[in-house]
Design a protein around this ligand. Structure first.
Ligand code: ZN
Length: 501
């Protein structure tokens, strides 16, 4: 058995390396590659991904998994060995159901769809992408169809990104969250607006860049095992546990986007840097799900990065870097500015309170599309209507409406948005647990000390990689199933104070 387990790991390591090389090519493509490299690069990445896929769905892997079943059953559930076999079997059983020809067809369709979106968005031309989107919807339904026995057609699609989650559980969580959020947003709208003009001055690029490096180094992002570069759309990527990179985008007329973007990506990256080295080279060396990953980035970005203790430490430093811009702005005013709530059209620029409403709208719309209750030709109007209802703002065009996110244009429909809000909900539940174990955390943060929090996160979440599903992890770490209460309490407490609700 030991020999078969070693054989499985050897095969997995090869796949991991192929995927990591593909990731490296993708990282280069979005950071340093000259435009002339585009065509060859797309071909090279596609080849590596195909090789990795073929190696994984090889029937020999299925036979090894079958042979290893009694061995797995004799091991403790949370051992590395049993977890590896369990997680790989789950992936394998899913992957083998999707024919390779379908995957190829879908990928070339999505490449064409993305190309069309790149032209359609600046031109505010939804009609141009509509036929592509109709086809994507058809492909998404077909993809779900490879997994018979589901309760809801979106379930298998959600399962790719947030394993174990279903439309029923998410609808329940999101429905209750929306009921809480809409009145908070209304109450805030009735209060005087917060003045955030101090953030919209000119902040030279080089100083912002250095500041972002200083902040994330202090949080604990390890530059011996990572680096930061620039891209138009920031992301985190991993080539091994020893090399987890982040990217950021800086705008001189806005201090917030670059700095909080860096903190967000560093949150993702610290998670991956914190995976136990023993899991390297296996499918366990990854985040547990979209939601858990996002819980880590948003915990650092919002719960920590937009908190008063954090700025009690960092604000004097930022004032020293930008004395003309912020020298006369008191800490209190700065903290209010970075937490300003204002219903807006764009998800990625949304504040903490309205952010989830953007996500819930997208989730509901994609479920309606998959169910056949909503036609693609009515999507733009349905989008406008929901923004009117939930956020009280109406997109004047589709550019800042239905065309704003890449998700539906370069990926399938279903499952691509819920992770953001699941992450927010989890982040608050995790942090509440960390605080009850270590009430000293905020006082340490005031001193620029993040060790206790980081050690807690590594011990309870990061080190496990993908061993546990999100639900298992939440239960193990917090002793409770996922619930919106800590998140709602956090939002009420923080924004109740800022807006004197
Ligand atoms: Zn993220």
């Amino acid at each position: 058995m030991q020999r078969k387990s070693e054989e499985l790991k050897r095969r997995l390591f090869e796949i991991y390396d192929l995927q990591s090389v593909a990731e490296l090519l993708r990282w280069d493509q979005t950071t340093y590659m000259p435009p002339g490299g585009a065509a060859a690069r797309a071909r090279q990445m596609a080849m590596l991904e195909r090789m990795a896929h073929e190696k994984f769905v090889d029937p020999a892997v299925g036979r090894l998994l079958d042979d290893l079943r009694p061995y797995e059953e004799g091991l403790p559930y949370d051992s590395d060995e049993a977890s590896l076999i369990r997680v790989v079997r789950r992936d394998y059983d899913k992957m083998v159901l999707v024919p390779a020809a379908f995957v190829g067809e879908l990928e070339s369709h999505l490449a064409a769809s993305y190309e069309s979106w790149v032209r359609a968005r600046p031109a505010d031309d939804f009609a141009q992408v509509q036929p592509y989107l109709e086809k994507t919807l058809e492909y998404s339904r077909r993809l779900a169809g490879f997994f018979p026995g589901y309760e809801h057609i979106a379930d298998p699609l959600i399962d790719f990104r947030d394993p174990g989650m279903t439309v029923a559980t998410i609808r329940d969580l999101f429905g209750r969250l929306r009921e809480q959020l809409v009145p908070i947003v209304r109450a805030i709208a009735a209060r005087p607006a917060v003045d955030d003009s101090c953030l919209q001055q000119s902040f030279p690029d080089a100083a912002q860049w250095d500041l972002s490096l200083e902040v994330i180094r202090k949080l604990g992002y390890d530059f011996e095992r990572g680096r930061q570069d620039r891209t138009p759309h920031p992301f985190t990527t991993r080539f091994s546990i020893g090399d987890v990179r982040i990217t950021t985008r800086i705008r001189e007329d806005d201090l917030v986007e670059g700095l909080f973007g860096s903190i967000h990506e560093a949150g993702h990256a610290m998670y991956e840097q914190g995976i136990r080295p023993e899991l390297e080279g296996t499918p366990l060396a990854d985040g547990a799900s979209d939601g858990v990953h996002e819980s880590q980035s948003r915990l650092w970005e919002n719960i920590i990065g937009r908190s008063r203790p954090f700025w009690q430490f960092f604000y004097p430093r930022v004032q020293a870097v930008f004395p003309e811009q912020l020298g006369q702005v008191p800490l209190e005013a700065f903290c209010r500015a970075i937490n300003k709530v204002q219903p807006s059209l764009i998800r990625v620029a949304a504040d903490e309170v309205t952010y989830d409403l953007h996500v819930i709208i997208r989730f509901d719309l994609e479920v309606a599309l998959l169910e056949g209750r909503l036609a693609v030709c009515d999507l733009a109007e349905a989008w406008r209507e929901r923004y009117r209802q939930d956020l009280g703002v109406t997109p004047p065009d589709d550019r800042d409406g239905v065309l704003q996110d890449t998700h539906w244009y370069d990926g399938t429909i279903g499952g691509s948005f819920q992770g953001y809000t699941l992450g927010n909900i989890m982040a608050a539940q995790f942090y509440e647990t960390a605080l009850s174990a270590h009430p000293e955390i905020p006082a340490e943060i005031e001193q620029g000390e993040f060790d206790t929090l980081r050690r807690w996160l590594r011990g309870h979440i990061w080190q496990h990689g993908r061993k546990y599903t999100a639900s298992e992890l939440v239960e193990r770490v917090t002793g409770k199933p996922l619930t919106i209460e800590p998140y709602v309490a956090y939002l009420r407490g923080k924004y109740g104070e800022i807006y004197e609700l």
